[in-house]
Ligand binder design. Structure first.
Ligand SMILES: Cc1cc2nc3c(=O)[nH]c(=O)nc-3n(C[C@H](O)[C@H](O)[C@H](O)COP(=O)(O)OP(=O)(O)OC[C@H]3O[C@@H](n4cnc5c(N)ncnc54)[C@H](O)[C@@H]3O)c2cc1C
Length: 426
């Protein structure tokens, strides 16, 4: 599997930190500017977003039918995985562990356009990017989430000082802040759902506390949760907080952050004000901006059920965390599985099958959460289609008993999917 060296990555992240527009080491070697692509030859599938949903779609399309032209538009020159990023913050894994580049994606025959997609013109069937227009026969949109800074008074103005770490690359700035933290109150907050990765913030809380404990830093993680209790794997997280981090973590439910005063280093909640020495405030979330710019949805994009076709356009598939009208968790596993499903769907259409003839499998999910350097808990979801009610039904199974065995399975899960997405073809 092609990994990015730390030196290259830090160089790239300097660009990425400032919301990468175009340049970067990856682009120098193998990206194609949109303006040079020309019209589609045969069947061109364009994908917006080179993350969990987009890469899975690209790789599976090329495997399914190498005659399909696949164009991937990604604003960053390389990729950092959010899954397992809490291990990096906790000091358990280094940055290289969660960092990847697109070399093998390009070797698999995908055209990589290292640019930002600005708008989809549905009537003309093209994507406008920072350098030109990319025409498509089918489009897959998987840009992930954006933050609703506007939901917290005073946040927009100081966002550059407060990396959230729920999007690729932001982990680096957050880790630097953590490395400089000498003690005191580390306030982190959790929004109401829907947001990316329901258990993610609780895993974050545990791994921040692990970091303080293992480095003997005299500080405490104060977790301000807008919810009445952990919204995922509650018994597992609650047990870990009290058994492992009694002196390092304080969990406060029903404490929605409504305002930040960065100068005074305070956050406001319905339960009063909290002072912080370091803050990791996770705001409410919405779909990436391209969804609204292209008229594919408002806060989230809606799909036709049970397919992942946009409610507004039969040529466009919307996948990953941006989907709003299903019970699917906003997870990398679901984004990956749906990428696989839509690649099959598109290949069938290109082969001439009508929509009504194409099968519509539903994605399953599994999501592991580490609570210390080795132990993990998990939740899994099975989905099926209730044709009479025209609804997706969900059934959950959970293991709240933290164990090293689960930790091993979590690492195996991540390595397996990363290898399929970023590794060489076998
Ligand atoms: C702390 C944390 C822990 C997590 N742990 C897990 C876990 O253990 N298991 C799990 O299954 N999931 C986990 N997740 C969730 C997982 O990261 C997301 O569900 C997954 O990344 C969603 O995939 P996506 O394709 O929608 O978005 P992403 O993977 O974020 O990919 C979106 C890509 O689109 C690009 N992009 C955005 N807008 C544009 C544009 N206009 N033009 C060009 N490119 C654009 C972005 O740069 C990005 O590379 C975790 C998330 C977090 C934050």
């Amino acid at each position: 599997m092609k990994k990015v060296s730390r030196r290259k990555l830090l160089k790239a992240s300097a660009v990425a930190g400032a919301a990468v527009a175009t340049s970067g080491f990856a682009q120098t070697f193998f990206s194609r500017p949109a303006r040079l692509l020309g019209p589609a030859r045969g069947s061109r599938v364009v994908i917006i977003g080179g993350g969990w949903g987009g890469i899975s779609t690209a790789r599976h399309l090329r495997r399914r039918n190498p005659n399909i032209e696949v164009v991937l538009i990604e604003q960053n020159p390389s990729f950092i995985s959010c899954p397992m990023s809490n291990l990096y913050l906790g000091g358990v894994k280094d940055l290289d562990f969660i960092s990847f580049d697109y070399t093998n994606v390009v070797k698999a025959g995908v055209t990589f356009v290292n640019e930002r997609a600005l708008e989809v013109n549905r009537a003309g069937r093209y994507v406008r990017t920072t350098s030109g227009l990319v025409h498509y026969n089918y489009l897959v949109v998987s840009p992930g989430i954006d933050y609703m800074y506007e939901a917290i008074q005073g946040y927009s103005e100081v966002r550059q000082f407060l990396p959230v770490g729920f999007k690729p690359f932001e982990h680096i700035a957050l880790k630097r802040k953590l490395d400089r933290f000498e003690g005191g109150d580390l306030v982190m907050s959790i929004p109401r759902p829907p947001y990316r990765c329901p258990p993610g913030p609780y895993e974050r809380a545990a791994m921040l506390a692990y970091y303080l404990k293992s480095n003997e830093i005299k500080g405490k993680v104060i977790v301000l949760d807008a919810n009445p209790g952990p919204i995922s794997k509650a018994p597992g997280f609650t047990a870990a907080f009290s058994d492992l981090y009694k002196n390092y973590l304080e969990y406060i439910p029903q404490a929605e952050v409504t305002a930040i005063d960065y100068a005074k280093k305070t956050v406001k909640t319905g339960l009063g004000e909290f002072e912080f020495d370091l803050a990791n405030i996770i705001p409410p979330m919405k779909a990436g901006e391209i969804v609204r710019a292209s008229g594919l949805g408002d806060r989230w994009a809606s799909v036709q059920l049970p397919t992942f076709l946009s409610e507004r356009d039969d040529r466009i598939y919307v996948i990953g965390d941006i989907v709003g009208n299903t019970p699917y968790p906003k997870s990398g596993q679901v984004a990956y599985n749906v990428g696989k499903i839509v690649s099959e769907h598109i290949a069938h259409r290109i082969a001439g099958r009508r929509l009504a003839e194409i099968p519509n499998p539903l994605p399953d999910n599994i999501c592991y959460s580490f609570v210390d350097s080795e132990e993990s808990i998990w939740v899994a979801h099975k989905h099926d289609w209730d044709a009479a009610a025209r609804q997706v039904r969900q059934q959950a199974t959970v293991d709240n008993q933290r164990s090293k065995q689960n930790g091993g399975l979590a690492l195996e899960w991540a390595r397996g999917l990363w290898s399929d997405m970023f590794g060489p073809e076998v």
